[in-house]
Design a protein. Structure first.
Length: 290
């Protein structure tokens, strides 16, 4: 990993100072989703044919192993992201027939992984991608514990382990290209663009074809809002998505505690356990829907 002992101790010292003076270190900016103009991707599951073109393109663009020919989406078989694949397609039998669902890092507006990272190795860019920066990582894996979507994956069997997850093709986007999965989708189930405009497009489709869609945009408010947005013909729990996430961002849960404790050695376990408990077990409250 990219952080040596001296830089690690320096980071811990700076974190202790920051906590004592009420400044945040390594936390995502407390911006409202409504004010954000970052990029995102709209996935319309009613258009998805389950061809796995997105998986193949993602693997090729990121130097990951090829998707085995026999590894295809099947109803009753849950395929998960891991250190060798950043996105997967699964098939579900729903109340309205068989549909597919794509999963990957959700590119949260206020990522819990970035808030938990003491060295800012996990970082939310202005363009919207949540990226992992190897030269800043100390290998603590707090990002894995804190993520409500269970997306960052650690290369346990590598001599030079990395954290693998979708970064919305950050480097491609900087070059003016669209993410590899979007470019490769023959059914045009994926749309890349400004998040605000994607939400408007999703609402247009729901209004224009009310019998075709479940009247919810998944990712508009979940976990404080995400860069990935979903449309579906059925409730999202029928497609394997967690519908019990709170609407506020998870870093907000620890904001008050963050300023009150002067030692990182006390803060880190409590912060991580708090975020972990909230993201894995806590159902959404009624007032979170407001």
């Amino acid at each position: 990993m990219g952080v040596d002992r001296r830089n690690f101790l320096k980071a811990l010292g700076l974190t202790g100072v920051a906590l004592g003076t009420g400044k945040q270190l390594g936390a995502a900016p407390a911006e409202s989703v409504e004010d954000d103009e970052f990029y995102g991707i709209l996935y319309d599951s009613t258009w998805c044919a389950g061809c796995q073109g997105c998986e193949i393109a993602c693997a090729e663009a990121n130097g990951l192993p090829e998707v085995p020919l026999e590894d295809v989406p099947e109803v009753g078989k849950i395929r998960k992201t891991d250190e060798h694949r950043r996105t997967v397609i699964n098939a579900y039998e729903t109340s309205q027939g068989e549909f597919f669902m794509k999963t990957q890092c959700m590119q949260c507006a206020q990522p819990a992984c970035a808030a938990a990272c003491l060295t800012k190795a996990m970082y939310k860019t202005k363009d919207g991608s949540v990226i992992w920066r190897e030269n800043k990582c100390m290998g603590c894996r707090y990002c894995m514990i804190s993520c409500p979507f269970d997306m960052p994956k650690f290369e346990y069997h590598s001599t030079n382990p990395k954290i693998e997850k979708c970064d919305m093709c950050f480097e491609r986007v900087k070059e003016g290209k669209v993410p590899a999965c979007v470019e490769a989708c023959p059914a045009e189930a994926l749309t890349f663009g400004n998040r605000r405009e994607l939400i408007a497009e999703a609402r247009r489709r729901i209004a224009e074809f009310p019998g075709m869609y479940h009247d919810v945009i998944y990712g508009e408010h979940e976990a404080g809002g995400t860069g990935w947005l979903y449309l579906s013909a059925v409730p999202f729990d029928e497609l394997g998505l967690n519908t019990k996430l709170q609407k506020k961002s998870y870093p907000e849960l620890t904001k008050g505690f963050l300023y009150s404790v002067p030692s990182v050695f006390v803060l880190a376990p409590a912060l991580l356990l708090g975020i972990h408990s909230a993201t894995k077990d806590k159902p959404a409250k009624e007032d979170d829907n407001e």
